[in-house]
Design a binder for this molecule. Structure first.
Ligand SMILES: C[S@@+](CC[C@H](N)C(=O)[O-])C[C@H]1O[C@@H](n2cnc3c(N)ncnc32)[C@H](O)[C@@H]1O
Length: 284
């Protein structure tokens, strides 16, 4: 939080709470590598207060202590900060590009592994499974879907998504080049859409923290979209190195539209497949 720039009525920029909030964000940044210091102070203050109250704590300093010593509390704060937001076929242009540029490469392998790092509640994993199924490649794929947050992984495993979001997801699916009726992939039950289990027969959901865990397999494709936006440069570099170590020779790396390896030390190791959709391929 940029201390002293909040003009919320009743929010004194020199208040003790303001000081505590600044120190807390600094501590999160230094310990976890998440940089929320430029977040809008008003909404941040609301969410920090809510987390403080829900944890039964009397001050932001106590919350700071809790967050540093109890990673599960940090996960709950991340949920509060809504950094788990995701969608089916999010950025349809990315999936269209993946079909056009990456699918032909995948066809050359008898068997391949895909890693979705930071998969949140799994919408992008189900999207990828649908895309690979439509390209006749799902049987050849093994998908590893990881996130640091166990709560979102449980939702991903369950494969039930709010029915009221299906209209938007269907629009994305069509724009992404979907070749069937999107509703073929789920059963509508009450207010939920239950996706067919065969889509995730070859999917392993598991916890993995990009800030602290190491490589665990070799992948032909690594997809890590909209995860590194809150990471500082050292943490981004760590994750780029982790992905390089995890990719097979000439493997594919896909990042979010607002993320890039340009001007990083990873840049020289990759060539661009699609500049707009941040799809890269390891150099020979
Ligand atoms: C905005 S969501 C992105 C979801 C999906 N990849 C997409 O593009 O729609 C970011 C996800 O990254 C996860 N995440 C954040 N920091 C992480 C870390 N250090 N290791 C693993 N996952 C992390 C969060 O828990 C969250 O689920």
């Amino acid at each position: 939080m940029a201390v002293g720039v909040d003009d919320t009525p009743g929010w004194r920029s020199d208040s003790l709470e303001d000081l505590e909030a600044g120190l807390l964000l600094e501590a999160i940044h230094r310990h976890y590598g998440f940089d929320f210091r430029q977040y809008s102070p008003a909404s941040l203050r609301r969410r920090l207060r809510k987390r403080m109250e829900d944890e039964g704590l009397g001050s932001l300093s106590l919350l700071q202590h809790e967050l540093l010593h109890e990673p599960a509390a940090m996960e709950r704060l991340l949920l509060d900060l809504s950094i788990n937001v995701t969608a089916m076929f999010r950025d349809p242009g990315f999936y269209a590009s993946f079909r056009e540029h990456v699918v032909p490469l995948l066809r050359t392998y008898p068997y391949f592994r895909v890693w979705h790092a930071g998969c949140s509640t799994g919408e992008e994993v189900y999207s990828m499974a649908i895309l690979l199924h439509e390209e006749g490649l799902l049987d050849r794929a093994r998908i590893y879907a990881t996130d640091m947050n166990e709560a979102v992984l449980d939702q991903a495993r369950a494969g039930i998504f709010p029915l009221d979001r299906m209209k938007d997801h269907t629009t994305n699916y069509v724009k992404a080049g979907g070749t069937a009726a999107f509703s073929d992939y789920y059963l509508a039950k009450y207010d939920g859409a239950l996706f067919h289990r065969w889509l995730i027969d070859n999917v392993v959901f598991a916890p993995h923290n990009l800030a602290s865990d190491g490589p665990f397999n070799e992948f032909h494709v690594v997809v890590c979209r909209n995860v590194m936006i809150y990471f500082d440069t050292p943490l981004q570099n760590r994750v780029h190195d982790l992905f390089r170590e995890s990719l097979v020779r000439r493997g594919v790396l896909a990042l979010g539209a607002k993320e890039s390896i340009r001007f990083t030390s990873a840049e020289e190791h990759f060539e661009e497949i699609d500049r707009q959709w941040k799809i890269y391929r390891g150099r020979a």
